[in-house]
Design a protein around this ligand. Structure first.
Ligand code: CTP
Length: 400
């Protein structure tokens, strides 16, 4: 990947484009810029021209076929920052300026969007609907905005992702440490029915699992996700090649997850158990909705199969990685889990902390393997996933 087309729209975050340019240039990328007329209200034409060492494309200097030429030239197109207005135009298929024309003319899976806007605008159903449309239908890649105090003074999600993270995502270097390896990854929460409308479950969002999947794909692996309930997450494969190596099976209960894992385990080299499997399920789920009474009711629960333990006990077992969610005594409980479940690697995190773990974008974990431990301090789940997979590859290679 050499040519990056940077599309800038009219948000206060447009001033950060200067830093983005500099970091991309340090990675030896060839960069062209499209700026909308409102982007030029926030960052000057002269600044962009001077920094890009290349053509600055605007509605004023477009020759007519520029949108075709630029969309074919670019290996990657990044819209950063992306305003709610341009998002709406893109999702509606508008082509009223050079930027929207170019997006419409481009191969959609090379487009990355980094939205930036006020938090109420971000949460507005219309904006979310537009976003869903371009992520689901067009398979654009989202560089999600982050939570912070915004330029308007309000606090919440809406700030454009940190520039260094934007760079990391779009120039994700292809590594091949897992080339040809088959990996099964369990994700999300299982749901155990109580009756036809209620279930037992937990707060797992699937974000950590998806970050792990994304990195395994990036390292060349073939990945099967066996997935319970997850948040509405974008596809973890960043490009066409990765997508071809990814398969997702959806399940509800722990028992279904166990069956799907076992059906596929024979050919699997590595099993990564990220799912928050519910430990118990109701003995006799009611087929209809349980009616309300004034009396206490009891629901009898039976223990679910420990999927990871079963896989790790197979005679011809894959390399086994577990995740431990702990609320106390992390060191002691994690060491016991590593031993009892006979794991090659255990990734332990403290889920009692509100700013990391379940549903959060951040995590901080400790890796346990053999007699060693390695602390990975608080960072984005995507970065924690990369660091974890790097250690996993080293351990896997030592064992083979
Ligand atoms: N796990 C599993 N099947 C289960 C329960 C857990 O495969 N029925 C896996 C999880 O995916 C995770 C690891 O085991 O990789 C540890 O899960 P965790 O919930 O931390 O521990 P438990 O074994 O359930 O023990 P406890 O809830 O008592 O901490």
């Amino acid at each position: 990947m050499k040519n990056i087309l940077l599309c800038v729209t009219g948000s206060i975050a447009a001033y950060k484009v200067a830093d983005l340019l500099r970091l991309l240039q340090q990675e030896n990328k060839n960069i062209k810029i499209i700026a909308t007329s409102s982007a030029l209200d926030f960052v000057s034409e002269l600044t962009l021209k001077t920094l890009s060492h290349n053509q600055l494309c605007t509605d004023n200097n477009s020759t007519g076929l520029e949108h075709i030429n630029l969309s074919r030239w670019a290996d990657i197109i990044v819209v950063a920052p992306l305003t709610a207005n341009t998002l709406a135009k893109i999702s509606g298929g508008f082509a009223d300026n050079l930027l929207t024309q170019t997006i419409l003319a481009a191969d959609t899976d090379k487009i990355y969007i980094a939205p930036a806007m006020n938090t109420q605008m971000w949460h507005n159903k219309i904006v979310q609907k537009n976003l869903k449309k371009v992520l689901k239908n067009n398979k654009f890649h989202l560089i999600a905005p982050i939570k912070d105090t915004l330029a308007c003074g309000e606090y919440g999600i809406g700030k454009m992702a940190e520039i260094k993270d934007v760079v990391k995502i779009i120039i994700k270097k292809k590594q091949q440490g897992l080339k040809g390896k088959k990996i099964i990854i369990t994700a999300g929460a299982t749901i155990e029915p109580i009756d036809s409308v209620r279930f037992l479950s937990n707060y797992s969002s699937g974000k950590m699992a998806y970050a792990i999947v994304s990195d395994c794909l990036n390292q060349g692996a073939e990945v099967l996700i066996v997935e319970g309930k997850t948040d509405n997450l974008p596809n973890p494969a960043i490009d066409k090649q990765s997508k071809k190596r990814l398969k997702i099976i959806k399940i509800n209960t722990a028992e279904q997850m166990f069956n799907k894992v076992m059906e596929n385990i024979k050919t699997c080299d590595i099993f990564i158990s990220v799912a928050a499997v519910v430990d118990y399920s109701p003995v006799n789920p009611a087929t209809n909705k349980i009616k309300k009474t004034n009396k206490n009711i009891q629901i009898e629960l039976k223990p679910n199969v420990d999927i990871l333990k079963e896989v790790a006990s197979l005679s011809d077992r894959p390399f086994c990685v577990g995740f431990a969610a702990e609320t106390e005594n992390l060191q002691k409980n994690a060491t016991a889990k590593l031993k009892n479940k006979k794991l090659d690697l255990l990734v332990a995190n403290d889920v009692s902390k509100k700013d990391i773990g379940f549903a959060s974008d951040d995590n901080a974990v400790t890796l346990f393997y053999g007699k060693e431990t390695k602390k990975l301090p608080k960072n984005k789940k995507t970065i924690i996933a990369q660091q974890t997979i790097n250690t996993m590859i080293l351990l896997y290679k030592q064992q083979k």
